[in-house]
Design a protein around this ligand. Structure first.
Ligand code: FES
Length: 375
């Protein structure tokens, strides 16, 4: 599907649907078309899994063919994906790992998911999703992408699955034959843990303008202290990328890495040249005397004990509820509910919310004593 053709097809179809909807009432034509091919429906957006590919022992790339309403992404953007698991519906957000130009070839894009130890959904995606499954998806979103006016010299700093937007950007630049002098520093425990390792090493050999530095954080040993020596720091940065003060930074990875990058560039007066993409919200340190409490979900008539740091969204899901949610990091507000009584803490700021009727973003708030939510 060429994006331009896809847009034309969608617009033509919209005009036809105005007429055919009269005969389909009380449903819409799109509901009947969905029965023939879910990708033809226009009242909701779905994607079919075309291929699954294991990148490492715990990371899998999934190729998705989106439906008619899809619009092309910009390299670096993310997409929301609905995951049905045992009768529950979950939503997760993943960066699109393929280039924007890939969609112009076969109408598909990819997401690359790493199974994390306590991530039941990521483990389900990596182990159980199969070719032919249909998943509800959102439209591409996010402002973590290269500007149209090309950055002079990008410096990509990534770790773990944070490599996905960088891979999308680098392969997009190559596909457009606009690859500038680019340096990429990537952190992975071992060489074999690096997602897209083989591909990016080959690109680095093929394109002298793309320099890849791999930092293997377990190279000196598995102990925390030895690993710490391999973490991002100024000496290491200056050694791997001596001209870092002249570059525009695109960083994606765990909060500790992003905080360290921001701090260093802030000290160097280069803060405005740093662009970061987070997979989860940055949480403030929880006070030592913080306590959880009994959380009551009023509409569901469910009450469960919760600790002081587990987001209430997770508490609700663990209690068997299926509350609305999207980004799970405090951006989209899909998870908003109101406080009926009691006290919760915003984990990002540490701020206590205790006024009845206040909005509570359940994905970034935890119990701070007993509380009742209008959910
Ligand atoms: S799920 Fe997006 S703000 Fe909570």
């Amino acid at each position: 599907m060429q994006p331009s053709n896809g847009t034309a097809t969608t617009s033509l179809w919209s005009k036809v649907a105005v007429i055919t909807d009269l005969f389909a009432f009380p449903l819409r034509t799109s509901h009947y078309l969905e029965l023939v091919n879910p990708l033809w429906s226009t009242h909701k957006l779905q994607a079919r899994i075309e291929r699954v590919w294991d990148e490492t022992k715990d990371a899998r790339t999934i190729t998705l063919k989106p439906g008619l309403n899809w619009r092309g992404h910009r390299a670096g953007q993310h997409v929301r994906v609905g995951i049905p698991v045992e009768g529950m519906h979950y939503t997760r957000t993943y960066t699109i790992s393929s280039s924007a130009e890939r969609e112009e070839q076969d109408g598909c894009f990819t997401i690359t998911v790493k199974a994390i130890a306590d991530g039941r959904i990521s483990r389900h995606i990596v182990r159980n999703l199969k070719v032919g499954d249909y998943l509800p998806i959102g439209l591409p979103q996010g402002d973590f992408y290269l500007p149209d006016a090309q950055p002079v010299k990008p410096l990509f700093i990534t770790a773990g699955s944070g490599i996905t937007p960088a891979r999308s950007m680098i392969t997009s630049l190559i596909a457009r034959e606009r690859l500038p002098d680019s340096v990429h520093i990537h952190y992975a425990p071992h060489e074999f843990d690096m997602i897209f390792g083989q591909e990016l090493r080959q690109l680095a050999q093929q394109y002298p303008r793309y320099t890849l530095h791999e930092v293997h954080t377990h190279a000196l040993g598995d102990e925390q202290e030895k690993r710490r020596q391999c973490y991002f720091n100024e000496e290491q940065l200056s050694r791997l990328c001596p001209d870092w003060r002249e570059r525009e930074v695109y960083a994606c990875g765990p909060p500790a890495l992003l905080d360290a990058v921001k701090q260093l560039f802030e000290q160097a007066g280069r803060f405005r040249y740093v662009h970061t993409e987070r997979f989860r919200a940055a949480f403030a340190e929880v006070p030592k005397d913080a306590v959880g409490g009994l959380v009551r979900f009023a509409q569901s008539d469910i009450a469960v004990q919760a600790d002081h740091q587990t987001p209430l969204l997770r508490v609700a899901e663990d209690a068997g509820m299926n509350p609305p949610h999207g980004c799970r990091m405090g951006i989209c507000h899909t998870c908003n509910t109101t406080l009926v009584s009691g006290c919760v803490r915003d984990l990002r700021t540490g701020k206590i919310i205790n006024e009845a009727g206040s909005i509570v973003q359940t994905c970034v708030c935890a119990a701070a004593g007993d509380c009742e939510l209008n959910q």
